[in-house]
Design a protein around this ligand. Structure first.
Ligand SMILES: C[S@@+](CC[C@H](N)C(=O)[O-])C[C@H]1O[C@@H](n2cnc3c(N)ncnc32)[C@H](O)[C@@H]1O
Length: 225
């Protein structure tokens, strides 16, 4: 992955909206090149000296969750991927303002990144409020697909965690089926509160706050066996 014979379907919407503010545009020129992961194969744990573990956030949007998690866990390297340029610019502002040194940003499709990392190199992966692609003919564009789930199973350490959250009921069911369909993952929920109540370590995201979906936010936590 990616397979040159089967180009990936685009899983995101626009990559730019309003003009980026001058300060954020400057950070795109100065900060971003210094925190991009290397172009070839790399081990995310080696991106910062002494990182206890590495986490991945897929589609970090404006970067609020990524930056807040990084601030809470300076011992963890957090790698985020996001093709939406305004989101990247916003994330850079958070990283800069908080003086975070443990965040790395891939300003593009996460699927360009996954195959460059070794097996069992991530301790956590987050997919929070992904683009819903509600029309049936667009479901194939959803980021959660069996190939992506298999790649996350390869990348997560035994005991590693995958969190999916959405407020689109069909996408919740879709992801539950796909992730549970991979024998490497075990859903941790025992009771409804486990998916209805935000996990204690969750940080509300900007998209989550918009409440654009058709159900209350659902949080699915999985453990990599
Ligand atoms: C609905 S937004 C949610 C953003 C953020 N997680 C939040 O909750 O506020 C989904 C994000 O996923 C990003 N995205 C979609 N496909 C992606 C991909 N293949 N790789 C990385 N990010 C992707 C989109 O650009 C978009 O910003």
């Amino acid at each position: 992955m990616p397979d040159p014979d089967h180009p990936l379907l685009r899983s995101y919407g626009r990559i730019k909206s309003r003009p980026i503010k001058p300060r954020q545009a400057a950070l795109m020129e100065t900060l971003l090149p210094t925190i991009r992961p290397p172009a070839g194969p790399f081990d995310p744990r080696a991106l910062t000296p002494g990182a206890a573990e590495a986490w991945l956030e897929i589609g970090f949007g404006g970067g609020e969750h990524m930056a807040a998690q990084a601030a809470k866990r300076p011992d963890v390297l957090i790698l985020g991927a996001e093709p939406f340029q305004n989101g990247v610019a916003s994330a850079l502002r958070h990283i800069d303002e908080a003086g975070l040194t443990n965040v790395r940003v891939h300003d593009g499709d996460v699927r360009e990144l996954l195959g460059r990392m070794p097996d069992a190199s991530l301790a956590r992966a987050y997919i929070l409020f992904p683009d819903p692609w509600p029309k049936t003919r667009h479901h194939k564009r959803r980021i959660v697909q069996p190939d992506l789930v298999a790649e996350l199973a390869r990348l997560l350490v035994p005991g590693g965690r995958l969190r999916f959250a959405s407020d689109v009921a069909h996408y919740v069911d879709w992801s539950l089926e796909m992730i549970r369909g991979n024998p490497a993952f075990r859903w941790t929920a025992d009771q409804a509160a486990d998916w209805r109540v935000p996990p204690a370590d969750h940080i509300t995201t900007r998209y989550e706050e918009k409440r654009l979906g058709d159900c209350a936010p659902v949080f699915l936590d999985f453990v990599r066996s």
